[in-house]
Design a protein around this ligand. Structure first.
Ligand code: AMP
Length: 186
C-alpha cells in the first residue's frame, strides 16, 4: 500500500501512523522525523531547517523534496509506504507525482485526519516539544491552512482523498483508519 497521510499539526497523525505501518507492514516516511534527526545531528540540511522548524514555518520545498526523493529509492519502500507530513505544499505534491510516475508506483489513497482548530491548539499547547511555543503553534496552524489544505482539493480531484473524523480515543480513530485502508490491502 502506498499512501499519504494528511492532517493538521496536533491531529494525532504520528500515533495513528505507528499503528498503520505495523498493520500493513509498510515503510514510515516522516519528513518531520527526518528533519529533527538532521537537526540533532547538525548536518548542513539540519542546521538550515532549524530556523524554519523553530518558528513553525515550512522548510523550503527543495530541501524536503530532495530528502523524500532519496528516501523513496530505498528498497524498503518497494512494498509500500506511508508518507507522513509530506507533501505539505502543491509544489511538493507535484514533485511527488513526478517521482512516482518515474518509479511506476502511483499512490493508492490519501487519508485525511480531520480535527477542529480549537482542539488542535489545546492538544499542541499541552505537548512539550521545543517547536511548540504559542507563536510557533499559531504559525504551524496558519501554514497548514494556507499551504497544505489546498492539497485536499488537489487529491480530491484525483479521486484519491478519504477523510475521517480525528476526534475520539486512539482506538476509536484507528478503527476508522482501518475501515478506510483495509480495502486497499494487497
Ligand atoms: P512535523 O513533525 O511533521 O509536524 O514537522 C515538524 C516541522 O518540520 C514542521 O513544522 C516544518 O517546519 C518541518 N517540515 C516537516 N515536513 C515538512 C514538509 N513536507 N515541508 C516543509 N516543512 C516540513
Amino acid at each position: 500500500m502506498k499512501m499519504v497521510f494528511i492532517g493538521p499539526p496536533g491531529a494525532g497523525k504520528g500515533t495513528q501512523a505507528e499503528g498503520i505501518i505495523k498493520r500493513y507492514a509498510i515503510a514510515h516516511l516522516s519528513t518531520g522525523d527526518m528533519l529533527r534527526a538532521a537537526r540533532d545531528a547538525k548536518t548542513e540540511i539540519g542546521v538550515q531547517a532549524e530556523k524554519y522548524m523553530s518558528s513553525g514555518q515550512l522548510v523550503p520545498d527543495s530541501v524536503v523534496i530532495g530528502i523524500i526523493a532519496d528516501r523513496l529509492k530505498q528498497d524498503d519502500c518497494k512494498v509500500g509506504f506511508l508518507l507522513d507530513g509530506f507533501p505539505r505544499t502543491i509544489a511538493q505534491a507535484e514533485s511527488l507525482d513526478q517521482m512516482l510516475v518515474e518509479a511506476g508506483t502511483p499512490i493508492d489513497v490519501v487519508l485525511e485526519l480531520k480535527v477542529p482548530e480549537e482542539e488542535l491548539f489545546r492538544r499542541l499547547a499541552s505537548r512539550a516539544r521545543a517547536d511548540d511555543t504559542p507563536d510557533a503553534i499559531r504559525q504551524r496552524l496558519v501554514s497548514y491552512a494556507n499551504q497544505t489544505m489546498p492539497l485536499l482539493d488537489y487529491y480530491g480531484k484525483k479521486g484519491l482523498l478519504q477523510s475521517i473524523d480525528g476526534l475520539g480515543t486512539v482506538e476509536e480513530i484507528f478503527a476508522r483508519v482501518v475501515g478506510v485502508l483495509d480495502p486497499y490491502k494487497v
